[in-house]
Design a protein around this ligand. Sequence first.
Ligand SMILES: Nc1ncnc2c1ncn2[C@@H]1O[C@H](COP(=O)(O)OP(=O)(O)O)[C@@H](O)[C@H]1O
Ligand SMILES: [Mg+2]
Length: 396
Amino acid sequence: MPGVEVKVEGLTKSFGRANIWSDVTLTLPPGEVSVLLGPSGTGKSVFLKSLIGLLKPERGSIVIHDTDLVRCSESKLYEIRKLFGVLFQDGALFGSMNLYDNIAFPLREHTKKSEAQIRDIVAEKMDMVGLKGDEGKLPGEISGGMRKRAGLARALVLDPEIILFDEPDSGLDPVRTAYLNQLIIDLNAQTDSTFLIVTHDINTAQTVPDNIGMLYRKHLAMFGPREVLLTSEDPVVAQFLNGRRQGPIGMSEEKDTAQAAREMAEIEELEGLPPVKPQLEATAGLPERKAVQRRQARVRDMMHTLPPAAQEAILRSQQQEVPQRATAVGASPYSAPAAEAPTQTIPRLDAPQTPEHPRNPENPENPEAPEPPLGSPITTRPPSGPTAGPGRHRFR
Ligand SMILES: Nc1ncnc2c1ncn2[C@@H]1O[C@H](COP(=O)(O)OP(=O)(O)O)[C@@H](O)[C@H]1O
Ligand SMILES: [Mg+2]
């Protein structure tokens, strides 16, 4: 199912007299992966719950398929909700049901499908998240990582157009988080659904999304293409995305301004921001994410509005494109022509693709390395590095 656009405008949410956030405006581009960051308690979960209509913001709009969720009827809201798949923090599985019944639950609840049809769908989704063979296990018998994947399979059974993840990586060790991140990118390649992920994990924020947003001080501090936030010198954004102690964000809400100023001076002493890490790609053998092409066109259109550092990072990301994918499953739009014209901006979509010209000679991927079979349990895929998925990029 192709992803849909989610257009949020001027959204404001309070509980009684406590305002959580105001005037949040952002558009989740169809089929792209976006991440929402922010210190604890800034209302990220409240934002996700507002998107699915579980909470009612008092102002603003959330438009999906021409319907404003904030104002529509209950029955319309019920319909729209079916477009969503949601992965809550703990997977939110029923403890007394085995994985099969947990994952089948939304199908039995919301559809009139026969048990035979349900069996096929559950098998497909369990395979997608690498849980084939674990149908009979109870949630209490499996690891946290497996529970997340089971929750993900359940979120996928109704073929959602929009998938929301609330801290999918909380409680997972770095290796399992790396696997989960690769799984998220692979699922996006397979479904072309629109993803929004709330996370605190810096590596996830740096390597998974197409877009990043940040909630801070009851407002959306920034939302845009990953390169914009990852190169941003904005003190709050830079502090959060680089996990720094120094900056305006303190242990309890905000620091006093004098201390923040002292620390900003300290940062001046630090070397600049680290280079933008490459974004994860879908595992070889899977289709290229459809969002990549759409995003390229979108970012190209806004290129002139972006800060120079972001423009540079975008250009560099084209140069880092790994040629292996280009030869394996068709050239990526980011990959081709810049070898001949290194100074050009994003290549035109209709420009000739030249997969035979490797873009990054320093990164000879081993073409002999066997790729794991599709849908194999991801826990059995050996990570190729400290942060690895199947090892398509060098991570520093
Ligand atoms: N149903 C609710 N009623 C009243 N206050 C709530 C409710 N849900 C969340 N809050 C408050 O909203 C704020 C933001 O919560 P939350 O969205 O969970 O933060 P985050 O996910 O960013 O850590 C918190 O102060 C929380 O206490
Ligand atoms: Mg939360």
